[in-house]
Design a protein. Structure first.
Length: 293
C-alpha cells in the first residue's frame, strides 16, 4: 500500500546520457522529515564526498528544527509551549516563506492546520479544533515565535522543499553542476531528468522533464487518517483535486503551492501559474482527468 503523500518518482535515468559519461557518481539514501531521501552527485569524488557530508549535516539540521516525530525538535517545543525565543535563521526563513504563500493562496496554505490532525488522531471535535486554525494569529520575528492559545503548526507542506533548496544550494556552491536532490521534493541541475507522475487513485499518468529547477507533488488521498485525506482546508471543505504537481525555480515554493492548490479553484491555479518562479502546474481531478497550465 502506498502511504506517502509524494508520488513523483524517478522513472528512468537522466536524459542526455552522453553528457553524463564523464565523472564519478556518488549516491546517498536515507530517511528524514518522514520521507525517503536521496542525493545523487555526478562529478569528481574529491568534490562530491565532502559536499555530500555537508548535505547530510544540513538535512539533520532541518529535521532537528521541523520534525514532528522528534520530541526534542524546535517545532515540537513550539507546539508544546506556544512560544520560542530567539529562533534560528532557518525557522525565520521558513516562517517568512509560509507567510508569503499564505498570502498568495488567499489563506489556503496554512501551517496551523496541525491542530486538525491532532483532532482526527484523538477523536476530538473537528469544529472545535478548526477555531484555532488561523495563520494570521501567529507572530514571528527575530525576538521570538508566538502561537495563539490552542494553536499548533505543521510545516510538512513546505519544510521538505526548504531542505531540498538548502542542500541543492550547498552542492552548487561546492562547484557541483550535475546533481539530483530528493528530500520529499525533487531538484535537479545539469542534464534533464525524466520523472514519472502518478496518482493514488488513478495510477501512472505520464512523465515530466525536470532541469535546473524543482518539482513537488501533493495527493490528499495518499495518506489517510480515520478516513480523511491528509490535506485540510483551513475553513473546511474537501480537496478539489486528487493530485497537484508544481514545477518551479525553488522547491520551497513548489512544495507549498502543490499543497495549497489541492484545495484551490482552477481560477487561482491560473493566477498563480504566472507567479514569478512558477513554471508549470499539473492538476488531476477526481475522475482522473489531467490539466496542465
Amino acid at each position: 500500500m502506498i502511504s506517502r503523500r509524494r508520488f513523483l518518482a524517478i522513472s528512468c535515468a537522466a536524459l542526455g546520457a552522453p553528457a553524463r559519461a564523464a565523472g564519478f557518481t556518488t549516491r546517498w539514501h536515507g530517511r528524514a522529515l518522514g520521507a525517503d531521501v536521496s542525493v545523487v552527485i555526478r562529478g569528481p569524488a574529491e568534490m562530491a564526498e565532502p559536499a555530500l557530508a555537508e548535505a547530510r549535516r544540513l538535512i539533520a539540521r532541518i529535521e532537528a528544527l521541523f520534525s514532528l516525530y522528534d520530541p526534542e525538535s524546535r517545532l515540537v517545543t513550539l507546539n508544546r509551549t506556544g512560544h520560542l525565543a530567539a529562533p534560528p535563521p532557518d525557522m525565520l526563513a521558513l516562517f517568512a516563506a509560509s507567510d508569503a504563500v499564505h498570502a498568495a493562496t488567499g489563506g489556503l496554505f496554512d501551517p496551523t492546520v496541525q491542530v486538525l490532525w491532532q483532532a482526527l488522531a484523538t477523536g476530538a471535535p473537528l469544529e472545535q479544533a478548526r477555531a484555532h486554525v488561523d495563520w494570521s494569529r501567529v507572530a514571528f520575528g527575530p525576538a521570538g515565535l508566538h502561537l495563539s492559545p490552542g494553536q499548533q503548526l505543521s510545516f510538512n507542506g513546505i519544510a521538505q522543499g526548504y531542505a531540498t533548496d538548502l542542500v541543492s544550494d550547498a552542492l552548487r556552491r561546492a562547484g557541483l553542476r550535475d546533481i539530483h536532490v530528493n528530500i520529499g521534493e525533487h531538484a535537479a541541475f545539469g542534464p534533464a531528468r525524466r520523472l514519472g507522475l502518478s496518482d493514488p487513485a488513478h495510477g501512472h499518468l505520464g512523465h515530466l522533464t525536470l532541469q535546473d529547477g524543482a518539482v513537488a507533488t501533493s495527493s490528499p488521498g495518499a495518506t489517510r487518517l480515520n478516513g480523511s485525506g491528509h490535506i485540510f482546508g483551513p475553513t473546511g471543505g474537501a480537496p478539489r483535486w486528487s493530485t497537484v504537481s508544481v514545477t518551479a525555480t525553488r522547491a520551497t515554493e513548489a512544495d507549498a503551492l502543490s499543497t495549497a492548490l489541492c484545495l484551490a479553484p482552477l481560477s487561482l491555479m491560473e493566477e498563480l501559474r504566472v507567479r514569478p518562479g512558477v513554471r508549470r502546474i499539473i492538476a488531476v481531478d477526481h475522475t482522473g482527468d489531467l490539466i496542465t497550465l
